[in-house]
Write a protein that binds this ligand. Structure first.
Ligand code: NDP
Length: 435
C-alpha cells in the first residue's frame, strides 16, 4: 500500500486477490514465509515511452505509451493493449496483475502483461489510427517478441489496430512471427479469436448454471458494452435461447424489450465496427427500443447480467438493484467491472458470480491457441478451436470449484479463481529461485 497508494485500481485488484490467497498461503507451508505475493505485485519490468504522430491537420501530437511486463514465470508475457484516454499506470498494472492469474487459469504457458496508451481513437480517421499505431510500435517493438512478450487487443484495439501494429513490427524486425495475437485470418490469425472472450464468458455462465441444473433457455439477459466482448457474448446468449435486452456504450444504454435478435445484433456490429457510431443510433432502425442516456443498464429486470464494458461499471447500488430484481447469475466479460462492495453483495446473496479473470479468460486462451498455430504454421478449423475454447472454460470452472467450494457448498468463484491461478505461478516462481 505504501509503494502503490496512488494507484487505486491496482490496489483494488491486489486486495481482492490477497483476501483469498493470504489465508491459503498461511495454511500451506510450501508458500508460507517466502514473500511470494509481495514478489508477484511488483512488475518484472515497466516501460513507458513517448509516442509522437501527426494528425490530419498536420499538427504534431504526443501520447504516452506503456507496457507492463508483470510476470514471466510460466511463459512469455501475454496481455492486451488498451487505447483509451483513461489509460494510466494504475489501470494497466491492475490489468497486468489480473492477467497473470487469468493466463495461469487457462493452463496454457503464458505469463502476464498489459500495455497501451492514453491515445483516444474516437473520432480519428483511419489514417490517423494507422500513423499512431505505427509510431507506437516503432518503440514497442524492441521490448516484445514471440518468445518474450506477445501483446493483443483490448479496449480501443481491435482487428484494424492489430493490423497496423503488426505491419510496423514486421517491417522493422524483418521477420514474420506470431508477435501479436488477434491477427487477420489471411496473415496468421485464428478462427474464433474475435468471438472468444464473449463466447467464453457465456460458456462459463452456462457451466455455472448447469451446475445448478439450469441453463440459458428463456432467460432475460442484460449486457453492458457494445464492443468486441459484448457483441459476441450477445451472439452466444441468443444461440443458447436467452433474450438479450440491453447493450451500451459510454454515452448510455439501449433497452429493447422485444429482445435483440441476430438480425438486430448484425445491425449493432455494423454500427460499431464499420460506422464506428454511437449505440443510440440503434433507435433509428428499431424505434420501439429506448435509449437511456448516461446510465448503465443494471436497473433493467433480468435473470443474468453480463458486464462487458469496463472496470468499476457495476457498484453496490447496482448489485442491490440486480438482486432485488431476481438476478441469479453474473458473469464478468470485462476486467473488474464489479466493485468490491458489489461482489460482497453478490456473495452475501449467494448467487452465481464469476470474476473476469475466470469468465473472460477465453479471449487470452484463444490467443494462446493462435500462438500454438503460428508455431506449428498450421490452422485449426472453427469447430476445433471452439471445442478447445469450451474445454478450457470448463476446466477453469472445475478449478474454481476445486479451490472455491465453501463449507456450506456455495461456490466462491473469486476465491477459487484466485487460488487456482496463484498455485501454478507460485510453484514456478519457487522452482526458479529468487530472481
Ligand atoms: P471494445 O473497445 O471493443 O469495447 C468497449 C466497450 O465498452 C464499448 O462499448 C465502450 O463504449 C465501452 N466502454 C469503454 N470504456 C467505457 C467507460 N469508461 N464507460 C462506459 N463504457 C465504456 O473493448 P472490448 O470489448 O475488447 O473490451 C471490453 C472489456 O473486456 C474490457 O474490460 C477489456 O479489458 C475486457 N476484455 C477484453 C478481451 C478481448 O479479447 N477483447 C479479453 C478479456 C477482457 P465507447 O465505444 O463509448 O467507448
Amino acid at each position: 500500500k505504501e509503494r502503490n497508494g496512488h494507484e487505486p485500481e491496482f490496489l483494488q485488484a491486489v486486495e481482492e486477490v490477497a483476501e483469498t490467497v493470504i489465508p491459503y498461503i498461511i495454511e500451506n507451508d510450501i508458500y508460507y514465509g517466502k514473500n511470494i505475493l509481495l514478489r508477484m505485485v511488483e512488475p518484472e519490468r515497466v516501460i513507458t515511452f513517448r509516442v509522437c504522430w501527426v494528425d490530419d491537420q498536420g499538427e504534431i501530437r504526443v501520447n504516452r505509451g506503456y507496457r507492463i511486463q508483470m510476470n514471466s514465470a510460466i511463459g512469455p508475457y501475454k496481455g492486451g493493449l488498451r487505447f483509451h484516454p483513461t489509460v494510466n499506470m494504475s489501470i494497466l498494472k491492475f490489468l497486468a496483475f489480473e492477467q497473470v492469474f487469468k493466463n495461469s487459469l487457462t493452463t496454457l504457458p503464458m505469463g502476464g502483461g498489459k500495455g497501451g496508451s492514453d491515445f483516444d481513437p474516437k473520432g480519428k480517421s483511419d489514417n490517423e489510427i494507422m500513423r499512431f499505431c505505427h509510431a507506437f510500435m516503432s518503440e514497442l517493438f524492441r521490448h516484445i517478441g514471440h518468445n518474450t512478450d506477445v501483446p493483443a487487443g483490448d479496449i480501443g484495439v481491435g482487428a484494424r489496430e492489430i493490423g497496423f501494429l503488426f505491419g510496423m513490427y514486421k517491417k522493422i524486425s524483418n521477420g514474420f512471427t506470431g508477435v501479436l495475437t488477434g491477427k487477420g485470418m489471411s496473415w496468421g490469425g485464428s478462427l474464433i479469436r474475435p468471438e472468444a472472450t464473449g463466447y467464453g464468458t457465456v460458456y462459463f455462465a452456462q457451466k455455472m448454471l448447469e451446475n445448478k441444473g439450469d441453463n440459458f433457455e428463456g432467460k432475460n439477459v442484460v449486457i453492458s458494452g457494445s464492443g468486441n466482448v459484448a457483441q459476441y457474448a450477445a451472439e452466444k446468449v441468443i444461440q443458447l435461447g436467452g433474450k438479450v435486452l440491453t447493450l451500451s456504450d459510454s454515452s448510455g444504454y439501449i433497452y429493447d424489450a422485444e429482445g435483440i435478435n441476430i438480425e438486430k445484433l448484425a445491425f449493432v456490429m455494423q454500427l460499431k465496427n464499420e460506422k464506428r457510431a454511437r449505440i443510440s443510433e440503434y433507435l433509428e432502425a428499431y424505434p420501439n427500443a429506448e435509449f437511456i442516456k448516461g446510465k448503465t443498464p443494471w436497473d433493467i429486470k433480468c435473470d443474468i447480467a453480463l458486464p462487458c464494458a469496463t472496470q468499476n461499471e457495476l457498484n453496490e447500488e447496482d448489485a442491490n438493484i440486480l438482486l432485488n430484481n431476481g438476478c441469479i447469475c453474473v458473469s464478468e466479460g470485462a476486467n473488474m467491472p464489479s466493485t468490491k462492495d458489489a461482489i460482497t453483495a453478490f456473495h452475501k446473496a449467494k448467487i452465481l458470480f464469476a470474476p473476469g479473470k475466470a469468465s473472460n479468460a477465453g479471449g487470452v486462451a484463444t490467443s494462446g491457441l493462435e500462438m500454438t498455430q503460428n508455431s506449428l504454421r498450421f490452422n485449426w478449423t472453427r469447430e476445433e478451436v471452439d471445442l478447445k475454447l469450451k474445454d478450457i472454460m470448463s476446466n477453469i470452472h472445475d478449478a474454481c470449484i476445486e479451490y472455491g467450494k465453501d463449507e456450506d457448498g456455495y461456490i466462491d468463484y473469486v476465491k477459487g479463481a484466485n487460488i487456482a491461478g496463484f498455485v501454478k505461478v507460485a510453484d514456478a516462481m519457487l522452482a526458479q529461485g529468487i530472481v
